[in-house]
Design a protein around this ligand. Sequence first.
Ligand code: OAD
Length: 252
Amino acid sequence: MRQIGESFQAPPEFFSSMQSATHVAVLTGSGVSAESGVPTFREAQTGLWAQYDPESLATPEAFRRDPALVWQWYRWRRELIGKAKPNPGHLSLVEMEALIRGYSLITQNVDGLHRLAGSSAVIELHGNIMRTRCTRDGRIIKETSDSSDNLPHCPDCGSLLRPDVVWFGEALPRGSYHEALIAARTCDIFFSIGTSGVVQPAASLALEARATGAIIVEINIDDTPLTQFSDFVFRGTAGNILPSLVNSIKGR
Ligand code: OAD
């Protein structure tokens, strides 16, 4: 494993791997959006799960118990995310897409910032917080004004609507996960960026990639369980590291 610091010169082996790669897969987590002002989940002090209880806000049981509380929390997050703009990390990943023949961007983020930045074909493993779906048949619904109980209901069947995100204990959208798995198993290089790598099954994608011989690259401000399995570790913020890396690749 090669660990490379914030003010870095990526090693020549990194560039030769990038040059010969025909398919690069990138998995991102909340750390990539941190520099856009979107809070991460598990960081001490600032992470959402340090301040809020996931069991009360991000499970199907919590929604059944108190949909108003869950909606209040998601509306607050929607508002925060609605004001966020893509940062240099997101923008560099758009540039990276143009440099590689095969490129898959898989994200655990529900904020839609990769798409807003201009990345195409983003695989959203945990859904999208700005979308709303019917709890009865899962159809995506354009939310209309709230009813008297201050909760959004389906205009067709009257069932409660919910944010189109994956909660703890729920399966990932089948199509997205399948696509992500294929990308992980067929890529030459797998980047894990700004994720603690502890939430399954997203976390296992890097190991799937490694098992089929891919080079693993981690970009994170801290160590994660994946660090020891990574071939290259860039230690720093995604907003700093990614632009330098992409510029260096372009300059070759
Ligand atoms: P976490 O909060 O678990 O991890 C964030 C990671 O980003 C940590 O490893 C930080 O060290 C790193 N980090 C923070 N700022 C960074 C920066 N500027 N640049 C690079 N790295 C940075 O968030 P996720 O890994 O995204 O799921 O969490 C995974 C899932 O757990 C989320 O999608 C969410 C959550 O519960 C659901 O809601 C289903």
